[in-house]
Design a protein around this ligand. Structure first.
Ligand code: GDP
Ligand code: IMO
Ligand code: MG
Length: 444
């Protein structure tokens, strides 16, 4: 029995879905705990590419319960589209569960997210325009619609009759947009509720029972630590808590049930949307990272935007190890570095104002923008790694590169991914049953 959190250790898109899919083989439950359809998770199995936004990546295993937890925000339209896509390719969705208390992304959330983003000018965040911020804002304001409301027509109707006129003031007066009709929204969303009824339940109670039966539970993070509302590069963050601490609140379980935290990092770094990125590479190096072979590989799964690319950043990596209490790392996309003559890793930042050097992220407002990276440069291995299935098979320079990252972050690398397919994976140590790193280093 082990209960494991898989968390993005960078700015999202680290390859969490591939790692979740791998580990789901031995999981009884896979639960998403935050975020919504802003996520774009890719799994490649037997030549098929599956893209998930709301449904956990564990769904491809028959017999695994997949949950959309209470901490999520769910756009019913997006959920039903994803569900229909899975049914069309013959996947079993009978063990899908949706929390009664997850919040619903409503049409006015989508409209406000897009309008707000367009009105920000130079202050724009680069959101996915999936209504995430406005849905979580309503949740905090205690005026949100929850999944359970879609199953209770009288409650839902009275909430909408009060809410929609308020939202219309924002839409019409602030953004010059047409008003929405409460009755029309009611009819459409109550129908979605009926379609989703078979899946809606108390997911936290199911997890608690599974814990008592010593089953294996995997908590699948969306986004990444540096997009965390509290701990990320605020305000260029998402509106939820992707970091490991968020799994307990977002899934409705106590921290005592968590056994391991696995951080997923690319062997380099990418970011979609606005915000600081000290190791970002423009020009040739950035383009080379964005491509695999001749194809543009680093493109957002949800929005189709090209991802910003740069070198691995140990300052951010150490921060992520701290915020999440990482036990081990899964390093993905090592193969993308195969062709490089030289590979750089940022080991510290230098403050361009006063020359101070920081190995750890300085806790100062606006500090990010003043930091320039200090790099260690590695010779590239210039050999394909796609076929490697053990650490020893990797070129010596690639082994050195991984050892360096591991020692700089003080976190063991348990998994290395050398391609998008399930079997393009190297397991260095058991990511689930290895020693508790944080605990053992405290005891020692
Ligand atoms: P997630 O949001 O963290 O699940 O990651 P995404 O699915 O948004 O982006 C990761 C992309 O990298 C997907 O297209 C994966 O199929 C792909 N991928 C994952 N691992 C590897 C790898 O080791 N090598 C390569 N070349 N691609 C990978
Ligand atoms: P996965 O789960 C990468 C980014 C957006 C934007 C910021 C806020 O695939 O890793 P939002 O729509 O959430 O209000 O946008 O967060 N963002 C992601 N970046 N991967 C994601 O998800 C992301 N989800 C949101 O680009 O910068
Ligand atoms: Mg993604």
């Amino acid at each position: 029995m082990a209960n494991v959190i898989v968390v993005g250790a960078q700015f999202g898109d680290e390859g969490k879905a591939k790692v979740t899919d791998l580990l789901s083989k031995n999981s009884d439950i896979v639960a998403r705990y935050q975020g919504g359809s802003n996520a774009g998770h890719t799994v490649v199995v037997e030549g098929e590419t599956y893209k998930f936004h709301l449904i956990p990546s564990g769904i491809l295993y028959k017999g695994t319960i997949c949950m959309l937890g209470p901490g999520m925000v769910i756009d019913p339209k997006a959920f039903i589209k994803e569900l229909e896509g899975l049914l069309a390719c013959g996947q079993d969705v009978s063990l899908l569960k949706v929390s009664t208390t997850a919040h619903v992304t409503m049409p006015y959330h989508l409209a406000i997210d897009a309008a707000e983003e367009d009105s920000r000018g130079s202050l724009k965040i680069g959101t996915t325009k999936r209504g995430i911020g406005p849905t979580y804002a309503d949740k905090c304001d205690r005026i949100g619609i929850r999944m359970e409301d879609l199953l209770a027509p009288d409650v839902f109707r009275s909430k909408l009759e009060w809410l929609v006129p308020k939202k219309n003031i924002i839409l019409e007066r602030l953004y010059d947009l047409p008003p929405m009709d409460a009755k029309q929204i009611f009819d459409e969303y109550i129908a979605y509720g009926e379609m989703m009824r078979p899946y809606i339940c108390d997911t936290s109670a199911i997890i608690f029972q599974a814990v008592k039966e010593r089953k294996n539970i995997l908590f699948e993070g969306a986004q990444g630590t540096l997009l965390d509302l509290d701990h990320g590069s605020y305000p260029y963050v998402t509106s939820s808590s992707p970091s490991a601490g968020g799994a307990c609140v977002g899934a409705g379980i106590g921290p005592t049930v968590i056994d391991r935290v696995i951080g997923v990092s690319k062997a380099y770094l990418t970011r979609v949307g606005e915000g600081p990125f000290p190791t970002e590479q423009h020009g040739e190096v950035g383009d080379q990272l964005r491509q695999v072979g001749k194809a543009w590989a680093e493109v957002g799964v949800t929005t189709g935007r090209p991802r910003r690319c740069g070198w691995f950043d140990c300052v951010l990596g150490r921060y992520s190890a701290r915020i999440n209490g990482l036990d081990c790392l899964a390093v993905t996309k090592l193969d993308v570095l195969d062709e490089f003559d030289q590979i750089k890793v940022c080991i510290a930042y230098r403050d361009t104002q006063d020359g101070s050097v920081y190995r750890d992220l300085p806790a100062m407002a606006g500090a990010f923008s003043r930091m320039e990276p200090i790099y260690e440069t590695f010779a590239g291995w210039k050999k394909p790694t796609n076929h490697c299935r053990s650490f020893a098979e990797l070129p010596m320079q690639a082994q050195k590169y991984l050892d360096f990252i591991s020692s700089e972050l003080d976190v063991p690398v348990a998994i290395v991914s050398v391609g998008p397919k399930r079997d393009q994976t190297i397991v260095i140590e058991d990511p689930i049953h290895g020693p508790k790193r944080v605990l053992s280093s405290v005891i020692n």
